[in-house]
Ligand binder design. Structure first.
Ligand code: ADP
Length: 304
């Protein structure tokens, strides 16, 4: 496979502090690759290095067959970037925003106009090309920002937290749009804090912590490798003490967060039977997911 993006041994320091610490990965064409990690893990810095927006202290990067940072200007014609915060121009209409963006890529007005129906349809805004930005909902703005990143018909799209701040319906529409793009053969690289988003969208992902990649693989494989298949969340009055004494010997791993005990096991029946005998304890049984993996390998403490 010829990767569309690869990084080898990236190191980046700020004020002598290493924030990206020997990161290597490769993203194949048509793949959706996720970069996950707690705040401050080094995700944004890694992406900024890949785009040539900041220069790594050491390591090598290839993006769309160009060496970064040396050929970053050439690479940018093959790349679309969706920033975390929408920066659409409020003084212009939907269509004008797209046309203006096309100018950065030296597209002729005619070519840009010709791509309008396709881009507006992608954004679900075919009927709203002439409306002002401030009349759009948050979900519409997000979809328009993604459509804008497609004006140059890029091979690879970078998305920084594509659905942060959106309501559930709007998130689903964005996910549908992103899935369509991978079906069309585009390569996506995204950062996200939402594990369900990563699980749904990503063919492969890596988890970063303290500047390093600490896990990498398809979401399903990571779940199988790191976590027991069944999780029982135990809560209710006295759940913590009960879990500590009764549940602990019945499961392979137990973690407490607040008043909830997370019980990880291969077979939930003995635990569920014990819960059935206790009147105030409630339980929810579910399959293990990516969030369980994330919390296990990066820890439960909050990073600001
Ligand atoms: P993430 O995207 O995973 O939250 P970042 O890449 O933004 O992490 O940041 C990694 C670390 O580098 C953080 O500790 C952050 O404060 C620091 N950092 C990021 N950019 C700069 C900068 N321009 N100058 C100094 N420190 C920075």
């Amino acid at each position: 496979m010829n990767p569309v993006l690869w990084a080898e041994g990236l190191v980046k320091r700020y004020d002598g502090r290493v924030v990206v610490d020997g990161v290597s990965f490769a993203v194949n064409g048509g793949e959706c690759f996720g970069i996950l990690g707690p705040n401050g893990a080094g995700k944004t810095t890694t992406l900024r290095c890949c785009l040539g927006l900041t220069t790594a202290d050491s390591g090598a990067i290839g993006l769309a067959d160009f060496a970064i940072p040396a050929q970053a200007r050439d690479a940018r014609y093959r790349v679309g970037v969706v920033p975390q915060f929408d920066n659409l121009d409020p003084d212009f209409t939907v269509e004008e925003n797209l046309l203006m963006w096309a100018r950065y890529f030296d597209l002729s007005h005619r070519a840009a106009r010709a791509s309008m129906p396709r881009l507006l349809a992608f954004a679900g805004l075919s009927e709203r090309g002439h409306v002002r930005i401030d009349t759009l909902s948050g979900g519409m703005k997000r979809r328009l920002t993604i459509a804008r990143a497609l004006v140059n018909d890029p091979d690879i799209l970078f998305l920084d937290e594509p659905t942060t701040g959106l309501d559930p319906q709007a998130r689903h529409l964005v996910w549908d749009g992103l899935k369509r793009l991978t079906k069309e053969g585009k390569t996506l690289v995204l950062t996200t804090h939402f594990m369900d988003e990563a699980e749904r969208l990503c063919d492969r992902l890596c988890v970063m912590d303290s500047g390093r990649i600490i896990a990498e693989g398809p979401p399903r494989t990571l779940i199988e490798q790191h976590i027991e298949p069944v999780v029982v969340e135990v809560y209710g009055e006295g759940a913590r003490a009960w879990a500590d004494s009764v549940a602990r010997p019945l499961v392979s791993r137990l973690e407490m967060t607040g008043e909830t005990a997370f019980c990880y096991t291969d077979a939930a029946e003995p635990l569920l039977a014990a819960i059935g005998e206790h009147p105030t304890i409630r339980a929810m049984r579910r399959p293990a997911n990516l969030e369980d993996v994330f919390i296990k390998i990066t820890g439960r403490e909050i990073r600001d």
